[in-house]
Ligand binder design. Structure first.
Ligand code: ZN
Ligand code: ZN
Length: 331
């Protein structure tokens, strides 16, 4: 394995350089350089570690010495040049998304970390909310959220999005010095990271009095989000869950304004399998966390997105982010 997220998943090693061989019996060997000599011993003491600047050739030599006939490799993550360097005498076999599929279903420890990350996210918003009002800038709001996330977790899981007024039409808008104005909708997309596990949530809040079209858009997104969460369950296809939420927005007349997929898995990455969307081939199982995040984006006018991280269980759906989805209004 050469993808560091998968290396972490399989071994617990969190360094920024390393590669792992997993043997058929489940044992493993890891190679990393001297910067991580102590860390690798602490984080994965049960795994043989090679401390070297020539990690891949060291592992290659180990594979050659054992006379294996086929070795899986991460074709979705290895650069073409690095793949050529491997040579062709070990029976390299593309793994495709095998490890990503393994990562999709979470164990209790992973779900516990996601619960903590989501709780920290809810708490961070609650703590920052009283300071959000007319005249403060998007950048200030983002900084307050980020500070609150750092006080409660490792920090932000990704770059916090604060999109006010017309910028609400840009799903991944980066915060600017624009000041919030009366009548703005403000989309705040953020999350905490706990021991490498990512929370992801979005609330769109109102500053002062909003108009009828804004309320109509908000209500459509809120209804779509509830429908999407209700459609989740083991055995459901990603496509049918997306379609059920999407139909609410289409019926409200905003189908063209919902351009992205309904949601995605979360874990050691902020976006990982399964992907809920119109072209996804993924299928849900129990113990799979996903986001549900419909949105409506109207160019030159604004937008609304509401997102929660939830977990699909055998017989119910658990909401990990629990801040109200009813419209929050600030002064
Ligand atoms: Zn998000
Ligand atoms: Zn998301």
């Amino acid at each position: 394995m050469t993808n560091l997220v998968n290396v972490r998943y399989l071994t617990g090693f969190t360094g920024s350089a390393g590669a792992v061989v997993v043997w058929v019996d489940g044992s493993a060997e890891i190679a990393t350089d001297s910067r991580y000599g102590v860390q690798v011993g602490d984080e994965c003491s049960d795994i043989a570690a090679h401390i070297t600047r020539a990690g891949r050739s060291t592992l290659n030599a180990r594979l050659t010495a054992t006379g294996v006939s086929a070795v899986g490799f991460e074709d979705r993550h290895l650069a073409v040049a690095d793949w050529r360097d491997l040579g062709d005498d070990l029976g390299w076999t593309p793994l495709g998304s095998t490890v990503d599929q393994l990562r999709m279903v979470k164990d209790d420890t992973e779900l516990g970390l996601l619960r903590k990350a989501c709780q920290a996210s809810d708490d961070a918003l609650a703590a920052a909310l009283p300071r959000i009002r007319v005249g403060v800038t998007e950048r200030e709001v983002a900084r307050w959220i980020d500070d609150e996330l750092r006080n409660r977790a490792e920090g932000p899981a990704f770059d916090t999005i604060v999109a006010s007024g017309v910028y609400g039409a840009i799903p991944h808008h980066q915060p600017t010095d624009r000041e919030l104005a009366d009548g703005d909708l403000v989309t705040i997309d953020f999350g905490a990271r706990v021991e490498g596990y990512h929370a992801d949530m979005t609330r769109t809040i109102a500053v002062g009095q909003i108009s009828d079209w804004q309320r109509e858009v908000y209500d459509a997104v809120q209804a779509a989000q509830a429908t999407g969460v209700a459609a989740l369950g083991p055995g459901k296809t990603a496509r049918e869950v997306d379609a059920s939420a999407r139909s609410v927005i289409v019926d409200a007349g905003f189908g063209e304004a919902f351009g992205h997929g309904l949601g995605h898995g979360v874990g050691l990455q902020i976006h990982e399998a399964p992907f809920l969307g119109t072209t996804s081939a993924d299928k849900l199982e129990a113990s799979v966390p996903v986001t549900v995040e419909p949105g409506i984006y109207l160019p030159d006018r604004g937008g609304v997105r509401i997102e929660d991280t939830v977990v699909v269980h055998a017989d119910h759906v658990e909401r990990l982010t629990t801040t109200t989805r009813d419209l929050l209004v600030v002064g």
